[in-house]
Design a protein around this ligand. Structure first.
Ligand code: NAP
Length: 255
C-alpha cells in the first residue's frame, strides 16, 4: 500500500528544487499534488504532466490575497487539503553594509509571512482532515555560519518557532506539525547562475563543512519530508529535523 494514497498535498514552491523533489516523491506514494509556483510556469507545467492527478496553481506566497485565491482554486479543482508543505522561499545574501529596507522586507515577506498566510488559509482543511504541516526551515536558522545570511537565518529561526507554536495551537485537531532544517543542498538557490568552476568550488567548500564530506541533494530532503508525512513519524510533533550531513561550522556555542 502506498504511503500517501489519495492524499491531497499542497507544496508551495514546487516548480523547482526541493519542492519539486518532494512532489515527485509524494506522488510516487499515491498523493495528488497541488503544485504551487510563482513565476516559473513552464517548470510547473512540466512537473504536472509527469505526476498523475496533480494540478498547478500560481500564487505569490507573500501576498495573502493571492494565497487565499489559490486555496479556493485547490478546493474547486482537487478538494480538501490533507498535507501542507511550506517550502517556497528565497535566499538573499547581503551584509549589514549593504542593508536595504526593501531587501529585508522581501525576505521576511516570502520566507515568514508566506508560510503564515498559507497556514491561515489551509487551517480549516487541516483541522478537518487531521492533517500534517511540514515547514522548510534551514540549518542557517539553527546556527550555521555563512557570511551574508543573517536576515535569511532570522526568517528560518522564526520558522522553527512557528512550527512549535503551530503544533501547540493545532493539537486539539491532531494536526502534526514538524519542520526540516536542510544543510547545503544543490538547487537553483545555491548554484543558480554559477559557472561550472564556481559551482565546484562552492561544492568543495560546503563538503568540507560536513562530517560526511558531502553536499546534499533535493532527494535527501524529499526522503525526510516523506518520513514526516507518513505513519512512520506518527509520534513526532513540533520538531525540527536537521538534515545537513553533520555541519561543523556552528554558532550555537555549546548548546
Ligand atoms: P529554489 O531552487 O530557488 O526554488 C525556490 C522555489 O520557491 C521555486 O519553486 C519558486 O517558484 C518558489 N518561490 C520563490 N518565491 C516564491 C513566492 N513568492 N511565491 C511562491 N513561490 C515562490 O530553492 P530551493 O533550494 O528548492 O529551496 C526551497 C526551500 O528550502 C526554501 O524555503 C529554502 O529556504 C529552503 N532551504 C534550501 C536550502 C538549500 O541549500 N537549497 C537549504 C536550507 C533550506 P518560481 O520559480 O515559480 O518563482
Amino acid at each position: 500500500m502506498a504511503k500517501l494514497e489519495n492524499k491531497i498535498v499542497l507544496i508551495t514552491g514546487s516548480s523547482r528544487g526541493l519542492g519539486n523533489a518532494i512532489a515527485r516523491k509524494f506522488s510516487a506514494e499515491g498523493a495528488r499534488i497541488a503544485i504551487n509556483y510563482n513565476r516559473d510556469r513552464e517548470s510547473a507545467e512540466k512537473l504536472r504532466n509527469e505526476l498523475p492527478g496533480s494540478e498547478i496553481f500560481q500564487a505569490d506566497v507573500s501576498d495573502h490575497a493571492s494565497v487565499a485565491r489559490m486555496v479556493k482554486d485547490i478546493h474547486s479543482k482537487m478538494g480538501t487539503i490533507d498535507i501542507l508543505v511550506n517550502n517556497a522561499g528565497i535566499l538573499s545574501t547581503f551584509s549589514w553594509d549593504e542593508f536595504d529596507d526593501d531587501r529585508v522586507r522581501k525576505i521576511f515577506d516570502i520566507n515568514l509571512m508566506g508560510p503564515i498566510y498559507t497556514v491561515k488559509e489551509c487551517m480549516d482543511d487541516l483541522k478537518k482532515s487531521h492533517g500534517i504541516i511540514i515547514n522548510m526551515a534551514s540549518n542557517a536558522g539553527v546556527g550555521t555560519a555563512a557570511r551574508g545570511t543573517t536576515f535569511y537565518s532570522i526568517t528560518k529561526a522564526a520558522i522553527a518557532m512557528l512550527t512549535k507554536r503551530l503544533a501547540f495551537d493545532l493539537m486539539d485537531w491532531h494536526v502534526r506539525v514538524n519542520a526540516i532544517a536542510p544543510g547545503w543542498i544543490e538547487s537553483d538557490m545555491t548554484l543558480g547562475g554559477k559557472s561550472q568552476e564556481d559551482a565546484e568550488k562552492l561544492r568543495q567548500s560546503f563538503r568540507s563543512k560536513t562530517e560526511l564530506n558531502m553536499t546534499g541533494k533535493p532527494e535527501n530532503i524529499a526522503d525526510a519530508a516523506l518520513f514526516l508525512a507518513s505513519r512512520e513519524s506518527e509520534y513526532m510533533d513540533g520538531q525540527v529535523l536537521v538534515v545537513d550531513g553533520g555541519r561543523i561550522d556552528n554558532l550555537t556555542h555549546g548548546l
